[in-house]
Design a binder for this molecule. Sequence first.
Ligand code: FAD
Length: 466
Amino acid sequence: MSADSVRIKEALKILRDVLGQDKVIDEEEELYVYGFDATPLYFSKPYAVVRVFSINDVVEVLKIAHDYRIPIIPRGHGTSLTGAVVPISGGIVVDLSPMTKIEIKPEDGVVEAEAGATVAEVDLECNKYGFFLPPDPASAEVATIGGAIAEDSGGMRGARYGTFRNWVLALDVVIPGGKLLKLGAPVYKKRMGYDLMQLFIGSEGTLGIIIKAVLKIIPLPENIARFLVFFDDMENAINTLKDMRFSKINPLTAEFMDLETIQNINEVFKLGLPEHGISLLIDIDGYSDSLTKISERVLKILKENGAVEIIHARNEEEAKTLYAARRAAYPAIARRYKIVFAEDITVPLSKILQTFKEVKNIEKKYGVNIPTFGHIGDGNLHPNICIEERDTEAITRAKEIFEEICEVAIRIGGVVSGEHGIGIQKLTTFKRMLEVHNNLELLEYMRKIKQIFDPHNIMNPGKILG
Ligand SMILES: Cc1cc2nc3c(=O)[nH]c(=O)nc-3n(C[C@H](O)[C@H](O)[C@H](O)COP(=O)(O)OP(=O)(O)OC[C@H]3O[C@@H](n4cnc5c(N)ncnc54)[C@H](O)[C@@H]3O)c2cc1C
């Protein structure tokens, strides 16, 4: 038995003694399912999984892992699209899904949630009190609060409300060695020196484990007018949004799907959506009486910009179906193709058209399907490079196309990730982006920050910084 396996065996024995037998899993078949996330091709089995139920469990794991120098991979529900939760160096996966408590404080306009509660569960709880949690990733039904904060997820209301970063007020995190840090404060405004809490948002599990968050919530709009609109091309869709903005209309949601995406949704989920060049999902929120007036203005702008088909939801049922259609975009593509590489580039709003055209030129050049959809309201595009076969040549080419599209975003002045993060999938393109727009030296500052919280590099090693 190697020195490494002796060390791991010893650490697992202590963990079982301290936490109890049931929380520590090391049966082959169970470990296998913790070796993946939603990203294709990455797989690596952990040594063990620890299912945590309390702060104390997390503290004990991080004490022992620190002493025994064992990699720790915090895990929510494993929906990462960048390999961020794949245990590439083995290690112990800390499964936070049992920690699901939610407490809403409507008078304070905040909700307190443990890391393992899903984004949709938290939002639903807020809805009961007439509030909602603004960031809404398409994966909300599955993605956990801990995962969404660790990824700084965005989503379908990003056009108005941005990403999780804008809504986190306080975080409880545990760092290697088992120290609990209480960061931020549950109030709307604060000055607390350097903002250490923000470092943990988007840190992809590389600094510590988030166990609880306090999030700002806001009142639900009285009503929402929802439109699914179809245009012949992207230029009309972009001009529509521009005209809306310049007419003082600020949509709650502005999402797009291209024809290939719609065709995939129809094929897989049989929704029978109209099939035209580009579709836009637009939500306008407000008081019911004023919405009628704004909807008229929106309809006028849509027609002026050549909308070829407009579905204006007549009731809640129809509105839900339209939203669900957009949420189905990635699942449909992922079911239809053997391998899908999901891009997450973000460009200045004025460059969306150029970026989209370049993506479609790349699609033609390589003869590979790249259905594209995304959060057009905040410039975040998801071109999906799809391949039908698992052969090495096709995979290599898809990876080259992936990098070429990132290169387009960088050249145009954008970034390689708007919300999915870096993980392991974007290590090269992330460095390239820093090199072109910032300075590679920034990586050294980041490494030094990581060292402060995680001196032995046990937290999700190999992610973000390589
Ligand atoms: C169909 C589909 C649609 C998606 N749509 C969107 C979208 O619209 N917007 C968007 O932003 N993303 C989207 N994603 C990506 C993904 O859902 C998000 O990144 C999500 O927030 C991850 O949550 P999770 O619980 O699955 O985290 P995991 O995948 O389990 O983990 C993600 C990362 O967070 C770390 N982590 C997890 N929990 C903790 C914790 N408690 N403390 C510290 N680190 C932790 C992990 O180590 C890992 O690095 C989508 C994914 C899919 C499959």
